[in-house]
Design a protein around this ligand. Structure first.
Ligand code: FAD
Length: 383
């Protein structure tokens, strides 16, 4: 599409990240014509891994996405918590389900199976399922307006799009969110630094089949949430290890280039006495170390304005420690499809979606904010 034109579509989705693209594929599967407008000029390697649980994969299955998803993901044999200093295993356990982690959901009190994957692999899987003339990159939302018949989005490049329904999935720092409530995103003071290394580095007694968390609280100040940890998961047929260096509080490297962080300054935050495999993985990195600052934002108090609705992080951004942000965006897509089938493409469907999803995600956001990994308590529980 050339810029500075006006077009009308049935459904316009603003933001082509996890939530936006998943919703687009889901709507197409339901026979609804959806166009995506994404600010980035192209899709590429956005770095880092995510995990998705079976509950979200069951939703993907409704649209035939479960099998392709499993091809780019690795099923995790649970979680191993290790001591950052000695490397000793403190506890090996299955992933507790959401109810067991403080979410108000008594259907999910047991354990769950999670799968790890590279964000860019999942995005590519979705991009491959959207016709190129329905995926409009280089479109940055500038303004949004609407009435009871249609919504209109204006983009920085001058294009104006009207739609019967506008779904906004522009992420945690959502511009559109201002239309719904006035709670800005604030930096959480936690940054995840990410890179990738070959699984061949791992010793034989460390199979690349699980999530590993090296607990570093003993070198920090747990009461004040200041410390460093390390988290790894297998990706791409277990041939690679996705490495997260977690900086909770303290130096957040805000003055550095987030796409290529300085190694020496990163390693300064880690104790000299540290499980040597951690340093080996970072030293043998295959990619630059990138920074992903976490943001806090309360769940929006309102998700729908006439024919416009928000979804994903724009509506319910959450800390990643429950591994739920992407999963809940998939559930948002599932609920939207269900409500459009029941009520048609309009305000009634959007209100019904909001009524189901808002209270549930609120409970997850609160649980994720409160959760602090506590190896001793979890060890006692697991025994
Ligand atoms: C370090 C880290 C680890 C995580 N781990 C997990 C995990 O293990 N499991 C899990 O389920 N979730 C995890 N999450 C959360 C997950 O990444 C998000 O919840 C998920 O990406 C939300 O999808 P979204 O589509 O709402 O936002 P995003 O995926 O962020 O997509 C937003 C899109 O909107 C575009 N955009 C922004 N502004 C505009 C604009 N003005 N105009 C047009 N386009 C715009 C952006 O370019 C982007 O493509 C993690 C998050 C972080 C930061």
């Amino acid at each position: 599409m050339s810029s500075k034109q006006q077009i009308h579509v049935d459904v316009a989705i603003i933001g082509g990240g996890i939530g936006g693209l998943t919703t687009a594929v889901a709507l197409r599967h339901a026979g609804i014509d959806a166009h995506v407008f994404e600010q980035a000029p192209a899709y590429g390697n956005v770095g880092g891994h995510l995990t998705m649980d079976e509950a979200a994969i069951a939703v993907l299955a409704r649209w035939g996405l479960d099998a392709p998803f499993r091809q780019v993901a690795c099923e995790l044999a649970g979680m191993e918590i290790k001591d950052l200093e000695t490397g000793q295993v403190i506890v090996t356990m299955p992933f507790p389900d959401l109810g067991a982690l403080g979410v108000k959901d008594d259907q999910r009190m047991g354990t769950r199976v999670c799968h790890s994957f590279l964000r860019s692999d999942y995005l590519q899987l979705l991009v491959d399922r959207i016709p190129s003339d329905h995926l409009h990159t280089g479109h940055r939302l500038a303004d949004l307006a609407g009435d009871d018949q249609r919504a209109t989005a204006t983009f920085d490049n001058g294009t104006q799009v009207t739609a019967s329904v506008m779904l906004v999935a522009d992420g945690v720092r959502s511009k559109a969110r201002a239309m719904f409530d006035n709670s800005p995103a604030v930096v959480a003071g936690h940054t995840i630094l990410r890179t990738l290394c070959s699984a061949e580095l791992l010793p034989a007694d460390m199979p690349n089949d699980r999530m590993r968390f090296w607990d570093g609280w003993k070198f920090g100040d747990k009461a004040n949430h200041v410390g460093v940890h390390v988290l790894t998961v297998p990706v791409r047929d277990r041939r690679f290890v996705s490495v997260d260096l977690q900086f909770m509080g303290g130096d957040q490297l805000e003055d550095c280039n987030p796409a290529d962080l300085p190694y020496d300054r990163i390693m300064k935050r880690y104790p000299a006495a540290m499980d040597p495999i951690v340093k080996r993985m970072v030293d043998a990195r295959l990619e630059p170390i990138t920074a992903h600052a976490l943001w806090d934002r309360p769940v929006a108090t309102k998700w729908v304005d006439q024919r416009i609705a928000i979804l994903g992080d724009a509506a319910h951004s959450m800390r990643p420690n429950l591994g739920q942000g992407a999963c809940q965006s998939v559930h948002d897509a599932g609920e939207l499809v269900r409500q459009f089938a029941a009520h048609g493409l309009g305000h009634a469907a959007l209100k019904a979606y909001e009524a189901v999803r808002l209270p549930y995600t609120q409970s997850i956001v609160e649980a994720a904010k409160k959760l602090v990994v506590d190896p001793k308590a979890w060890k006692n529980k697991a025994q």
